[in-house]
Write a protein that binds this ligand. Structure first.
Ligand SMILES: [Zn+2]
Length: 240
């Protein structure tokens, strides 16, 4: 399962990079209600979902550091330059350990929320993704007939997410929602639109705002680009 998991995701990761090239700008993203789109559970919360396919997941790379208030910034290295990668590399060479912000894999899972009756995304770390992917694969042949309870338990580093198949749906409305979702498919654009991708200058400006000594690394960059304004999105809203 392990090997299969890796091979499936790496090819999908390439597709993500291609989609960055096609839509490098942020035009769509300001219209997206990220709070609605992303599943953000608190400790002991759960939702009922239906999986519309057994591989509705994409991998991408992102930069994060709680210490530096750098939250889930999409890595653009596959599409050319990435200022966060360059900053991390400079930090490594110059002993700035607090700026060790190299890119890590994140995974977006698409699920159909049976209460809200819409496709929503969950942003998972690699370890969380392994568990989710393994459960989805295990029930791959039953996804068209089986709803899943998606739950969170614990906080911070103790947080775990689980998917539990439900033997039956007790609520009539949920059953109706489940049936109505038959035939729905997850569009690649759902994933594309869900990521905030800054331009290189935007990344440099962002690093400057966070206190990184940008003038040492990005001597020729003009950091006058206005910040991306995304309404309805706060650090607390996103589960990563
Ligand atoms: Zn990067």
């Amino acid at each position: 399962v392990e090997a299969q998991f890796m091979s499936i995701f790496s090819s999908i990761g390439e597709n993500v990079a291609n989609s960055f090239i096609e839509t490098p700008q942020q035009e769509n993203q300001e219209r997206i209600d990220f709070k609605k789109l992303y599943i953000n559970l608190k400790d002991a919360e759960s939702i009922l979902v239906r999986f519309l396919g057994h591989a509705d997941v994409v991998e991408y790379k992102s930069h994060s550091s709680w210490e530096k208030s750098l939250h889930n910034q999409t890595c653009t290295r596959k599409n050319g330059e990435c200022a966060y990668c360059q900053a991390a590399s400079y930090a490594k060479d110059n002993g700035m350990e607090d700026w060790n912000v190299y890119a890590k894999s994140r995974f977006l899972f698409a699920m159909y929320d049976l209460e809200k009756q819409e496709i929503r995304l969950f942003n998972a770390s690699k370890n969380q993704a392994k568990v989710l992917f393994s459960t989805i694969s295990e029930y791959k042949d039953d996804l068209d007939t089986t709803s899943m309870k998606f739950s969170r338990s614990g906080n911070k580093t103790e947080t775990t997410y689980t998917l539990a198949p439900q033997l039956r749906i007790k609520d009539k409305k949920i059953q109706e929602a489940f049936d109505a979702a038959s035939g729905l498919k997850v569009d690649e654009k759902t994933f594309e639109k869900a990521l905030i991708v800054r331009t290189f200058n935007g990344q440099v400006k962002h690093l400057k705002e966070l206190g990184f000594p940008v003038e040492k690394v990005f001597k020729n960059e003009i950091v006058t680009e206005p910040p991306i304004e995304v309404k309805d999105i706060k650090d607390d809203d996103l589960p990563f």
